[in-house]
Design a protein around this ligand. Structure first.
Ligand SMILES: [Zn+2]
Ligand SMILES: [Zn+2]
Length: 254
């Protein structure tokens, strides 16, 4: 599939001479294929499947022929206005997100700021501020960082849209969503978030996370923001699963 957002300009600028010197001593290698000189090499970047929005549901972003509202959204409209993801959670992007999340591959985040910014600009939505999906205290403690916040902050800077961490907080520690089915995921995150009643009044909010699986976490975030007075809630994630690449390619070939 042609990838409209690549090739990209210099995406990840090393912040100082110290980093350049460190790169000479310990050259980076591609997290996917291992080639030296890049944290993510141009060949692997080209393999990322950027989602064509034409065949996705305009509300939840799941596959839907000709972009019609899917049956699930017709029956059970989510709390968010729209959920959009940039790429398909498979192959290289899956590898990259895994590295970001579980292996401290934080340098990789910079590769996705400009494509995400381009995507959000082309989306044409009005946003008052950006907020990441808050991580539970226990996981934050063990991981040491919230990857959603590290993805969201440079996007907000590039878009010149405020970043408001306090707009949304996690009020319930939840277990990992990995391995849970859709119903259990929904139960697991039920009422896990709370929106700030002052910040969110009548505002249009963009919530950012790394991956969408069933959308239940983002839906709960949107519910909390709406209960706190937000008038619009949009959600953006770098990747989406379980998008079937084969089905999407079939639809696009038509
Ligand atoms: Zn590579
Ligand atoms: Zn839908």
């Amino acid at each position: 599939m042609a990838n409209p957002l690549w090739p990209l300009p210099q995406l990840y600028k090393k912040p100082s001479m110290v980093w350049s010197a460190l790169d000479l001593l310990f050259p980076p290698f591609c997290c996917n294929c291992g080639v030296l000189g890049f944290e993510l090499c141009p060949d692997c970047i080209k393999k990322i499947v950027v989602l064509n929005q034409r065949n996705l549901c305009p509300i939840c972003g799941d596959i839907s022929i000709n972009g019609k509202i899917c049956s699930e959204c017709q029956i059970n409209k989510p709390y968010f206005d729209q959920l959009r993801s940039w790429g398909a959670y498979s192959g290289v992007l899956r590898e990259v997100i895994h590295k970001i999340k579980f292996n401290h591959g934080l340098g990789l985040i910079g590769y996705f700021t400009i494509p995400s910014v381009g995507f959000i600009k082309s989306w044409n939505i009005e946003i008052d501020y950006i907020v990441p999906v808050p991580l539970g205290k226990t996981r934050r403690h063990y991981r040491g960082y919230n990857q959603a916040a590290l993805i969201a902050r440079p996007i907000s800077r590039n878009l010149h849209i405020p970043y408001k961490l306090r707009a949304l907080s996690r009020v319930k520690e939840t277990s990992s969503q990995v391995g849970l089915n859709a119903k259990d995921r929904e139960q697991n995150v039920l009422n896990a978030f709370e929106g700030d009643l002052e910040i969110n009044q009548n505002k249009s909010v963009l919530v950012i996370d790394d991956i969408t699986t069933t959308g239940s976490t983002l839906n709960e975030c949107a519910k909390a923001l709406r209960n706190a007075g937000a008038k619009k809630v949009y959600c953006f994630t770098l990747a989406r699963t379980p998008i079937s690449i084969n089905l999407l390619e079939e639809l696009e070939a038509k």
